[in-house]
Design a protein around this ligand. Structure first.
Ligand SMILES: *[C@@H]1O[C@H](CO)[C@@H](O)[C@H](O)[C@H]1NC(C)=O
Ligand SMILES: *[C@@H]1O[C@H](CO)[C@@H](O)[C@H](O)[C@H]1NC(C)=O
Ligand SMILES: *[C@@H]1O[C@H](CO)[C@@H](O)[C@H](O)[C@H]1NC(C)=O
Length: 351
C-alpha cells in the first residue's frame, strides 16, 4: 500500500474510531462508553465535541478537556472547553471537572492524573519524564495507588497488551506497570519490588532497566532517547568528500575540454597545412611558368608579361594567409604557432 493510501485510510477512519456519530441533543446509551480494543482509546455514541449524559441519555457539549489540542475542534474554535484547575481532573468523557480521587478509590484506565498525590509526593514523584507515576500516585488496575513500595516488599503489577502496527502487520506491545518507588520495578513473577538494572545487565523487559531499554540480545542498552552523535572524523570525511567531488568535476571538465580543444586545433592545423601546400604548388607553378617565359627568345611583349606575373604574385598572398594565422595565434599553442610562424616567415622570405 502506498503511503498516500495509508494516510487516506488513517484520516478516513480515525474520526469513526475516536468518537461516535451522535450530535448534540441526539440520544445515546452511556452503557456503550468503552475503551477500544488494542488502543484503549475512549469511545462513546456521541461525537468528538459532545459526551453522553448519564441521567438524560442525550449528547451534551463537553464541559472540559484534558488535552492541549483536543480532537474534533478547529484551532481557534471558541467552543473549546477549558482544562481543569489544579486539584481537579477532566474524565475521559469530558463531561465536567471533578476533584482528585483519594487513594484506594476507582479511577479510569491509565489516568494517573486523576489520583491525589501522597503526602510525601516530593519523594515519590517520577522526575524521569517516563510517566512512571503522576505526582507519586498512579491508577493501577483502575484503583488509585501510591507508588511507594520499597525494595523487596510485595507489589501490584498491571500488564496491558497494546496492538502495534508495524511493517510486518500487527504485533502486541505489552506494557507492565507497578506501584514500586522510582528506581525499582515490580517483578511479574515474584511480585516483589526489585532494583532496576544498570547498562549491560541481563533483562527480560524494558521496565527492568534504568535506561528503560532492554535490547533484543537480553541486556540493558542505552536509553532509546539518547541522541546519536557522530565522531569528528565523519564531518572531516564529509567535507573531504564534498571538496574532492568538486575537484574531480572541475578537473574532469578541464581535461574533457582540453581534449576537445586539441581535436579542433589539429583540424585547423591540418586545414592550414593543406592551404599552405596548395599555395606552395601554385608558387612553384608560377616560378616554373616565369622561368619558362624568361627563357623564351626576347619578344616585344616580354616585359609586360613579367610585370604582370610579378604584380600577380603579390596580390593573393597577403589577405588569404593572414585571417587563419591570426585565428590560430589566438589559440595559444606555442608549438603550432612556431610552425605557422615558420611557414609564414618562409612565405615572407620568398615573396
Ligand atoms: C445531565 O443533564 C442534566 C440536565 O440537563 C444536568 O443537570 C446534568 O448536570 C448533566 N450531567 C452531567 C454529567 O453533566
Ligand atoms: C502533588 O500532590 C500534592 C498533595 O496532594 C499537592 O499539594 C501538589 O499540588 C501536587 N502537585 C502537582 C504538580 O499536582
Ligand atoms: C504506601 O501508601 C499507602 C497509602 O497511604 C500506605 O498505607 C502504605 O503504608 C505506604 N507504604 C509504604 C511502604 O510507605
Amino acid at each position: 500500500m502506498t503511503p498516500l493510501a495509508l494516510t487516506f485510510l488513517l484520516f478516513a477512519y480515525i474520526p469513526q474510531i475516536l468518537a461516535g456519530s451522535q450530535n448534540k441533543g441526539d440520544t445515546c446509551d452511556p452503557g456503550n462508553n468503552r475503551l477500544q480494543a488494542g488502543t484503549y482509546q475512549f469511545w462513546s455514541d456521541c461525537n468528538s465535541v459532545t459526551f453522553c449524559n448519564d441521567t438524560t441519555h442525550v449528547c451534551d457539549l463537553k464541559g472540559c478537556r484534558k488535552d492541549d489540542f483536543p480532537f474534533g475542534y478547529k484551532q481557534d474554535d471558541p467552543d473549546i472547553p477549558d482544562k481543569c484547575p489544579k486539584g481537579q481532573f477532566c474524565p475521559d468523557e469530558g463531561s465536567h471537572c471533578r476533584d482528585l480521587i483519594e487513594v484506594g478509590q476507582p479511577c479510569q484506565f491509565n489516568r494517573d492524573d486523576e489520583c491525589a498525590g501522597p503526602p510525601n509526593f516530593k519523594d515519590l514523584a517520577d522526575t524521569t519524564g517516563r510517566g512512571l507515576n503522576f505526582n507519586g500516585s498512579l491508577c493501577l488496575n483502575n484503583i488509585c495507588t501510591y507508588a511507594n513500595k520499597t525494595a523487596g516488599s510485595a507489589c501490584t503489577v498491571e500488564n496491558t497488551a497494546y496492538t502495534g502496527y508495524g511493517p510486518n502487520g500487527e504485533f502486541l506491545d505489552i506494557v507492565s506497570r507497578g506501584d514500586c518507588m522510582v528506581g525499582l520495578y515490580c517483578d511479574s513473577v515474584s511480585l516483589q519490588c526489585l532494583q532496576s538494572k544498570a547498562l549491560g545487565e541481563s533483562c527480560a523487559a524494558d521496565k527492568e532497566c534504568d535506561s528503560w531499554n532492554c535490547l533484543s540480545t537480553g541486556v540493558c542498552g542505552v536509553s532509546a532517547a539518547t541522541p546519536h552523535h557522530f565522531g569528528i572524523y565523519v564531518y572531516i570525511l564529509v567535507c573531504l568528500g564534498i571538496v574532492g567531488g568538486m575537484a574531480a568535476t572541475l578537473s574532469g571538465l578541464y581535461f574533457a575540454h582540453r581534449k576537445q580543444r586539441e581535436i579542433e586545433r589539429n583540424k585547423r592545423a591540418q586545414y592550414w597545412r593543406e592551404q599552405n601546400a596548395f599555395h606552395q604548388n601554385l608558387m612553384n607553378m608560377r616560378e616554373t611558368a616565369r622561368a619558362s617565359i624568361l627563357s623564351l627568345p626576347k619578344n616585344g611583349g616580354s616585359r609586360d608579361y613579367s610585370r604582370e606575373v610579378s604584380d600577380d604574385s603579390h596580390t593573393p598572398t597577403a589577405p588569404k594567409g593572414s585571417g587563419l594565422r591570426h585565428y590560430l595565434a589566438d589559440d595559444g599553442s606555442s608549438e603550432l604557432d612556431d610552425g605557422l610562424m615558420y611557414s609564414g616567415k618562409q612565405n615572407d622570405g620568398r615573396f
